[in-house]
Design a protein around this ligand. Structure first.
Ligand code: NAP
Length: 253
């Protein structure tokens, strides 16, 4: 990717860093391990689950890469700056994966302002604040990859998820706009839009209602999303920007 070759990453001749938000569990943890296997040192953000984050750190280190674990809420500007700024002063990440997110499903007529705000904030304000921390460095260096994790909900809209659908559709719009802004400086910005993936977020969803809607007949695995993120960070994806790659088993086409 960028000016340096992927082989450099593999051989370890150039240090490459990937910052992943929400990396303690689910998709973020799988992305951290996958990118570590591809040769990246990992900066793994999460909110509060220290035990899960420590497990990801061990997995990354077992692959011979370093792992900084960074507990902060992506919506808390002060906490985020306190954790990230000292690291970013020394080195700018080559890859940022904006993955932190959560859902609070409720029909619009019963949705509280807090349920709207907290869900849209983590996807949109979180994207804005964390990306601002690394974007200048990427632009100066004239290379970087940003991958934003949206959702099928942001493409099709899902009932009971007006807040989450708005958050993820907003993230798709922000990705397209930013991709156009920074392409000339070698920074590529894309979305991965997963369907239903086996993580804590989906564990309580009734399988009998979901499975008939998925042409591939099963939920996806976190690794199946992580491999697409890795692709978007690789030299193989050097002419892809502003795109939405769906990883949804055919749920929405
Ligand atoms: P998950 O298993 O619930 O994990 C969520 C991760 O995000 C955890 O690491 C959590 O940290 C972190 N997090 C949550 N809020 C945060 C905040 N405010 N600041 C920092 N970190 C925060 O979720 P997942 O299923 O892996 O989902 C990951 C992303 O994929 C989300 O953006 C989600 O919307 C999207 N997605 C998921 C699916 C799916 O089917 N699973 C489908 C489409 C899109 P703690 O461990 O500390 O709580």
């Amino acid at each position: 990717m960028g000016r340096r070759k992927n082989e450099d990453v593999q051989s370890g001749s150039a240090r490459r860093i990937a910052l992943i938000t929400g990396a303690s569990r689910g998709l973020g943890a799988a992305i951290a391990v996958r990118l570590a296997r591809a040769g990246y040192d990992i900066w793994a953000n999460y909110r509060s689950n220290h035990e899960a984050a420590a497990k990801v750190k061990s997995e990354v280190e077992a692959l011979g890469r370093t792992c900084e674990i960074l507990p902060f809420d992506v919506c808390d500007e002060e906490g985020m700056e306190a954790a990230l700024a000292p690291l970013v002063e020394k080195a700018c990440p080559d890859v940022l994966v904006n993955n932190a997110g959560f859902s609070k499903d409720v029909m619009m007529m019963w949705m509280s302002r807090e349920e709207w705000q907290s869900v849209t904030d983590v996807s949109l304000l979180g994207f804005f604040l964390v990306t601002k921390q690394v974007l200048t460095g990427m632009l100066k260096r004239r290379s970087g990859r940003i991958v934003n994790i949206a959702s099928t909900a942001g493409q099709s809209g899902l009932p009971g998820q007006v807040n989450y659908s708005a958050a993820k559709a907003g993230l798709i719009g922000a990705t397209k706009a930013l991709a156009a802004e920074v392409a000339k400086r070698g920074v590529l910005v894309n979305v991965v839009a997963p369907g239903f993936i086996e993580t804590d977020m989906t564990e309580d969803l009734p399988r009998e209602a979901i499975l008939p809607r998925i042409p591939l007949g099963r939920l996806g695995r976190p690794e199946e999303v992580a491999s697409v993120v890795e692709f978007l960070c690789s030299d193989a994806a050097s002419y892809i920007t502003g795109q939405v790659l769906a990883v949804n088993g055919g749920l929405y086409v």
